[in-house]
Each structure stands twice: as C-alpha cells, then as structure tokens.
Design a protein around this ligand. Structure first.
Ligand SMILES: Nc1ncnc2c1ncn2[C@@H]1O[C@H](COP(=O)(O)OP(=O)(O)OP(=O)(O)O)[C@@H](O)[C@H]1O
Length: 623
C-alpha cells in the first residue's frame, strides 16, 4: 500500500431526524389534509392483516373528532417489538420486507390487500400535530401487553406498557392533539368531508363521531359493485353517482372492467364540449382509498371527452400517494381503457344512433382528432361527422350523395369567399380550413368508394363558371388586355365569366400555398448571392392567382366598354383591390399602394367637371 492510500473505511449516513421528519411530513404531500388518508389507510391495512389471521374478526374504523383527533381500528395491532421495528423506524413497513417483499409474518396472502408499502405514511400526521400517540394491542400475540407509543416531530419517542384495561380488545388507537394552526383540518365537519373524500369507497366501515357524539358513516357502495334490479336501475345508479361525485349529468356512462388489475369503474361522457387540451381529472381509488382526483395519465389524451372514476387493486401509487407511478402496468391499463371507450363509440352507431348524434354534436372535435389516427373509427364515424359545406352544415355522407366530386377549400377565408359563388355554380365545396377537416375529407374515398375529393384550385372554380358569348368576349378584348397587363404584375391572370350573384363584380381565386410560393419567388428575385441561389433552387413553377370578372355585373360591363385607357387601368386596379380585400388576407405593400392609387384616381375622376358647380370658397370666407 502506498503511503497516500488509506484503508477503505465503511461509514453510515448520519440522519438529521428532525430535518427528515420535517421534509417528509411537510414537503412530500400537497396538503395537510392527507394526514387523515394515511391514518385511514393504516387502519384498513391493520384490519386486512388481522382478517388474514382470523376472517371472522371485527372490521371497523372509528374516527373521533372532538377537539382532538383519534382513529381507532379493530386491526392486527402491534407488540412492543413491532412498534420499535415498524412504527418507530422511518421507511420500514410491515407490509413488505427489505427486498420489497412481504416480511416473514406469514401475511403473504394479505399483501395484496395492503395499501401502504413505504413506511412513511404516519409522518403525514406531523403536518397537523407535534405529537402522535398510539395505543395498541396485538391480535397476533394475545398475551402481549397493551403498548403506548408517543412519537414527537423532533424524532424522539417513548414507549409505555399500559394495563390490559386500557385496551381490552386487539386493535390500535392513534391520537393527535392538533396544533393551533392546523385546527381547521381536524374540526369535525372537515373530518367528515375528508373521510368521505378519501374513504367513501373503502371496503371497511368508517364512522366519524363528533364532539356531541353524532356518528356519520362515510361509506357508499360503488354503483358498479352494487346489485341493481334491472339494467335501467343500474344505469340510473351510475348517473346518480356521477352527479354526486362530479356534479354533472353525463351523456352516457361507460362501464370499465379490467380483471387483470382488479379495476372497475365508469367513464362518464361529458355533456358539454371541452377543449382537447383540458385534462378531465380522473378519480382513481386504490383498494377503495382515493389516490388522486386528477389522474390524467389513466386515459389516452384523445379521450378528453370522458371523466372516469375507477377503483383498482394493483396500480402503483407514488410515495406521496397523490398520483400513479408511470410504469408498464399503467401504460397497459391506459391502452385497455382507451380501447374500451373506442368500442363504446364504434358500437353506438349500431346500438343507439340518436345518442351518437347527440355525442357528435357536442364532441365532434374530439372525434375528428381521434379518427385521424384510427382507421377503424374513421370508417365508422366519418360519414356521421358534420362539416361546413356549400350546402350548409351537413355530414360528409349526405354531401357526397349530392356531389360526386367534393372540393376542399384550404382556408376558412378561401371558403368564405368562394363558397357562395361555387355553390351557385353547382360545385360542392367543404371548408377544410378548420383543424383536422381537410385531412379527414381527403380520406373519404377510402371509406366511400366512388366519391372523389380534390383541393379547390382556381382553375376548377373558373372552369365551372359560365363562359361568356364569343362576341361579348371579343367586345371586351381591349379591356381584358389592359386588365391582364395591370394585374399580371401581381402574378395574376384575368378571365371573364358569368356567375351569380350578379352584384359581385370580381372574384379573386388564390390559395395560401400559391401565395407562399409567390412570396418566396419574390424574395429570390430581391435577394442576391447565396440566398438567391438557395431560394432559386427551391423555385417551382410560380402558381398564379386568377381574377375572374363577372360579366353579369353592370359595373364590369361598363368598365369593359370605356375607351379611356387611364380610366380602364384605374377601374381594373380598383376591381382587383376590392377582390383582394374580400379574400381577407393581409395585403402586400404593392397591393396597398395600388388600392391607394386607384382610390385617389377614382376620386379625381368623380370630381372632374364638378368644379364649377360648387360655390367658390374664398380665403376670407374660410377664415
Ligand atoms: N393502525 C395501525 N395498526 C397496526 N399497525 C400500524 C398502524 N399504523 C401503523 N402501523 C405500523 O406502522 C408501520 C408504518 O406505518 P406508515 O403509515 O408509516 O407506513 P406504511 O403504511 O407501512 O406505508 P406507507 O408509507 O405506504 O403508508 C406500518 O407498516 C405498520 O406496521
């Protein structure tokens, strides 16, 4: 060994008990109220342990809130040795051994019944009290004396042997003297609330007794576990449970049952639309005890239209017991519950179309987001989903029946502008500007063979508008040539057509992608060096917009017959400018300039010849 090397010495971590107790009791949990959950849970586990030894043993939990707070159970109790080993050792639990398995107490069969496992739960009581007193008598060792343990938040504890009369029957009483600042959490009314909140589905009877001796039992039977006289009665009970638990009347109740993890419960379909980003806040009970009322990870994200309450045997809670541990079991449960909800949805079209309609009218956004990634669902539901079309709000199935070719507008603005004219010309256009809609409509031919879907492009619309008589076209040739010259600068073609409504002088057919392509081309022209090369190499053929002038419109007819070139230019600029405004897209600088120019110029023309009519305003009169 070289002089610089010293022999390895083993040390043990030093633990600052007060700091550790403070950390675990004050910082692990989100609210002081969890103290009652931990006490109830220990009581339930103690009863389970005793029942494993003697199934006929009593099984009651009594909470007394009379200024102090005590929880008494008829459970397995503790011997003095147990108290040292389990109760007074942080992180040690009688519910597992050092390897995470059950200890040697012969309670293997009961392990599955325990809710606790970490050996820290009792510390939650230090959030509301500085001292915890436990009086306990063991059921496993009938001759063992009654033990009183007093633990203090500074980490010290005492043990006293009490006379047998102090606790004639096996079981445990835990008593807290609440600190003044925590009294609100241990007041009788609050304790009843908390006991109901956490313990209503516990499988052991829990009774809260207040200072006047009034007893309230908090347990209810979960509607999925109860026996009901008829399917209708069962349905009513499920609905009533939703109202009392979540305060809404569901559109429907979907029963959940996954025997592999001992899970049962209900997914309630929300009666109102919610944004997909809103998390529903599912209630998860473990062996009856409420673990979380915000367990979003229980269902896939797409299922945001339901809110669940479940009770499971083998999901794992986190140490604070306020959430679920994200393990493979949870992932499998999530998938299985998702499949169950999807089955309900797909089954509805056969079993209850009226309900499906109601569901879709509320939650069509949810269904649309879901259907994009789920072929089966898409097949089942796409024909039922409403879309905004030139025939109004209709289902795609209905729309496809009257329109063998369905055109999809890419943006809401495009749809708004084109729909009335395309509709009047007999074209079937769907507004694809909303989230998911364009993707979904394009999948219609997979589901409805024979239907055909295409993106709306300027050429298609123009092709469907009535052409004008050759002589009219000829008469307007001069005008059209000037018009092409004027709007050609904006990568726009001009066509003369007849379309309704006659009050619309012009229609600008354009789409967002074409506009982007033109902007990019413009940038490439303006750029130099490296950027010009890069942008230039991306250049595709620049798509052109189309200004369709309406030959049915009196103004257009008059404009087409003017011989004055300058006025024709102004008229075309004004028609183009107005058509651009109607598309509701942002104006380019050159378009704003054009609008200004044409407005001033028209004003100028309008005032021509009127100078003599207006009275002369002399400088004197002005002042
Ligand atoms: N009412 C009770 N009756 C009998 N034993 C109890 C009771 N309360 C606590 N104990 C004993 O004290 C131990 C520690 O309890 P604690 O609540 O701190 O942890 P836990 O319940 O084992 O696990 P968790 O941290 O998950 O709650 C338990 O494992 C149990 O052996």
């Amino acid at each position: 060994m070289s002089p610089s090397e010293s022999p390895t010495a083993a040390h043990t971590f030093q633990v600052d008990l007060r700091g550790l107790v403070d950390l675990l009791s004050h910082h692990l949990y989100s609210s002081p109220r969890v103290y009652l959950r931990e006490l109830l849970q220990n009581a339930v586990d103690a009863i389970s342990a005793r029942q494993a030894l003697d199934p006929a043993s009593p099984a009651t939990i009594t909470v007394v809130a009379d200024g102090r707070l005590s929880v008494t159970d008829t459970g397995v109790g503790l011997t003095e040795a147990d108290v040292h080993t389990f109760l007074a050792t942080i992180g040690r639990s009688s519910k597992r051994d050092a390897d995470g398995r059950l200890d040697g107490a012969g309670l293997a069969s009961a392990r599955g019944d325990f809710i606790g496992q970490f050996g820290i739960g009792l510390l939650a009581c230090f959030v509301v009290a500085d001292e915890i007193t436990v009086v306990t008598r063991s059921a496993a060792a009938p001759d063992a004396p009654v033990i009183e343990w007093r633990g203090s938040s500074d980490g010290r504890y005492t043990i006293t042997t009490l006379p047998s009369a102090a606790k004639p029957e096996p079981g445990t009483t835990v008593t807290l003297v609440p600190r003044a600042d925590a009294a609100e959490w241990t007041a009788a009314g609050q304790v009843v609330e908390l006991a109901r909140h956490y313990g209503s589905l516990l499988r052991r009877q829990v009774t809260v007794v207040d200072g006047r001796g009034t007893a309230t039992t908090v347990n209810v039977t979960a509607p999925w576990a109860a026996h009901h006289g008829s399917p209708l009665a069962r349905r009513d009970a499920l609905t009533a449970y939703c109202r009392s638990t979540f305060d809404f009347t569901p559109l429907d109740s979907i029963e959940l049952d996954l025997p592999l993890v001992g899970l049962r419960g209900v997914a309630y379909v929300l009666p109102d639309a919610v944004p997909p980003s809103r998390r529903a806040g599912h209630r998860v009970h473990l062996k009856g005890m409420l673990v979380s009322d915000q367990a979003d990870e229980l269902l896939p994200d797409w299922a945001f239209f339901v809110r669940c309450v479940v009770d499971a045997d083998s999901l794992r809670p986190t140490a604070s017991r306020e959430g679920l541990y994200a393990d493979e079991t949870l992932a499998a449960v999530r998938d299985a519950l998702g499949a169950r909800i999807r089955d309900w949805l797909t089954g509805l079209s056969a079993s209850d179309p009226a309900l499906l309609h109601r569901f879709i009218s509320v939650h069509h956004l949810a269904v649309k987001s879901l259907a994009r990634h789920d072929d089966e669902l898409l097949k089942m539901l796409l024909p039922w989903l409403p879309f905004e079309t030139t025939d109004g709000n209709v289902t795609l199935d209905e729309f496809a029946r009257s329109h063998p070719v369905i055109l999809v507008a890419r943006t809401v603005e495009e749809f708004r502008q084109v729909a009335p004219i395309a509709g009047a010309a007999g074209l079937g256009v769907v507004n694809g500007g909303y989230t998911y809609d364009r993707d979904l409509v394009h999948r219609l031919p997979e589901i409805r063979p024979g239907s055909s879907v295409a993106d709306l492009d300027p050429g298609t619309v123009t092709a469907h508008l009535d052409t004008v008589a050759p002589e009219a076209e000829l008469a307007a040739a001069g005008f059209l040539a000037i018009a092409r010259e004027v709007v050609g600068r904006f990568d726009c073609d001009v066509a003369l057509r007849s379309f309704h409504p006659a009050s619309a002088p012009a229609l600008l057919l354009d789409n967002r992608e074409a506009r982007h392509e033109r902007t990019r081309a413009q940038l490439a022209d303006d750029a130099d060096g490296l950027w010009a090369d890069i942008l230039g190499s991306l250049r595709a053929e620049v798509p052109r917009a189309q200004l369709v002038l309406n030959h049915l419109n009196p103004l257009v007819r008059r404009a087409a017959s003017i011989g004055h070139r300058e006025l024709v230019v102004t008229a075309v600029e004004a028609l183009y400018g107005q058509a651009v405004l109607l598309t509701r897209r942002p104006l380019r600088a050159s378009e704003s300039a054009l609008l200004n120019r044409s407005f001033i110029s028209l004003l100028d023309h309008a005032m021509l010849g009127h100078e003599a009519i207006a009275p002369q305003i002399t400088p004197q009169e002005e002042s």
